[in-house]
Design a protein. Structure first.
Length: 396
């Protein structure tokens, strides 16, 4: 496959996550009111989706090592399209949670396979550069998600906002069906055997490089998910923005992330993976500390959140491509399993964060700002210690 086609496919497969999680955020308060749901139940439409997303990767990873990336993608994306339709027509919050859970499980096939495909085709250092280009595409998709979700929700209602992922999933499925060539060099006939699976997982989980980069990706996603899960309520209900204005905030957020992926590619050439991650840790910590300190000082405004958030999203554009490729780098023969474990750990943390936020949203900005401050500290510590010590093999 041409390199440009590979990057496009990776961008779409990775972009299915913001399409599924970000696009409906402007509609979340209206959805909650329309279905007569409690805030904690509304949070479950996101946190249950992400738990299923992480858990399903533990299945899809070994399946892709056994049968190849292509069949897993075709079946997974087909299921995603069906679940997206079910979500849009759900008559109650309970049914919506069920369909969103199934949607998240199917989404796991796309994101897991994308990370494994990068390892199939590239060595770790080059893989980080390719992943950063794909995540630039993801950033463009994310740029469009919240404004599109807000506009569609305002014009047609929240159900149509939940229907948009159906179109995206169908288009991605068509591209994979007609243009994707299998990337797995050799299928592993033992990948699904229980003893082999356990042995593989133990090997992956005992690898210090995997643990270092997984700690980085988990902390980085914890920061992002804290924002995603609480931002619509904070900006719309606490700070008084309209859905369209909130969409513009999310657009700026995505622009900063895209800029971070460009910074990542420049820094990788000059400083390698470890140096890039360490420098991005400074951006993240400065932004998180500023956001937390302003909120503790009683400052509740859009600017007091968005300005520090810009620094954090610049750092996020470096941490995610480096972390995701670094975690699977040591396992060329088990990239699917390693990708799955990395994804599962991230989503397990997200599920816990969703539960914490659902119980602590109190009509102020504090759960968002202090939560993001906490994760910024975690990112900096991991970047300056574990990745610095165990990430050396991925500078080559």
């Amino acid at each position: 496959m041409p390199a440009a086609l590979v990057v496009l496919m990776l961008a779409l497969l990775l972009g299915i996550q913001p399409i599924t999680t970000d696009l409906y955020l402007p509609a979340l308060p209206a959805l909650t009111a329309s279905l007569g749901a409690q805030m904690a139940h509304a949070q479950l439409t996101l946190s249950a989706l992400l738990l299923a997303f992480g858990s399903s990767q533990l299945v899809f990873g070994p399946l892709s090592d056994r049968f190849g990336r292509r069949p897993v993608l075709l079946w997974g994306l087909g299921a995603y399209v069906l679940a997206s339709i079910g979500s849009a027509v759900a008559p109650s919050i309970e049914v919506l949670i069920v369909w969103r859970t199934l949607q998240g499980a199917a989404m796991g096939s796309a994101v897991m396979a994308a990370r494994a495909i990068v390892r199939d085709l590239y060595q770790p250092a080059e893989g980080a550069r390719v992943m950063s280009r794909a995540l630039t595409g993801l950033g463009v998709i994310a740029c469009l998600c919240a404004p599109t979700g807000g506009l569609v929700s305002d014009l047609f209602g929240w159900r149509f906002a939940l229907l948009v992922p159906t179109l995206f999933g169908a288009a991605t499925l068509a591209l994979i069906a007609f243009r994707f060539s299998e990337t797995l060099p050799a299928r592993n006939p033992d990948a699904l055997r229980f003893a082999t699976l356990v042995r593989t997982w133990v090997t992956v989980l005992r690898n210090p490089t995997f643990l270092a980069f997984s700690a980085l990706t988990t902390s980085a996603y914890g920061l992002l998910f804290t924002f995603l899960a609480s931002s619509s309520f904070v900006f719309i209900q606490v700070l008084g923005l309209t859905k369209t204005q909130y969409g513009l905030v999310m657009l700026w957020n995505s622009v900063a992330y895209i800029a971070g992926t460009f910074v990542c590619r420049r820094w990788l050439v000059r400083f390698g993976v470890r140096g890039s991650v360490a420098r991005a840790g400074v951006l993240t910590l400065v932004g998180g500390t500023a956001m937390g300190a302003l909120s503790l000082a009683g400052v509740q405004s859009v600017a007091a959140i968005v300005a520090p958030l810009t620094l954090m999203m610049l750092g996020h554009g470096v941490h995610q491509p480096c972390g995701q490729t670094g975690a699977v780098g040591p396992f060329p023969q088990a990239a699917g399993a390693a990708s799955a474990l990395n994804g599962f750990i991230m989503m397990l943390a997200a599920f816990g964060i969703g539960g914490w936020l659902g119980a602590r949203m109190d009509g102020t900005v504090m759960p968002l700002t202090l939560g993001m401050w906490f994760w910024s500290v975690c990112i900096a510590i991991v970047a300056w210690t574990a990745v610095r010590k165990y990430g050396d093999g991925h500078d080559r």
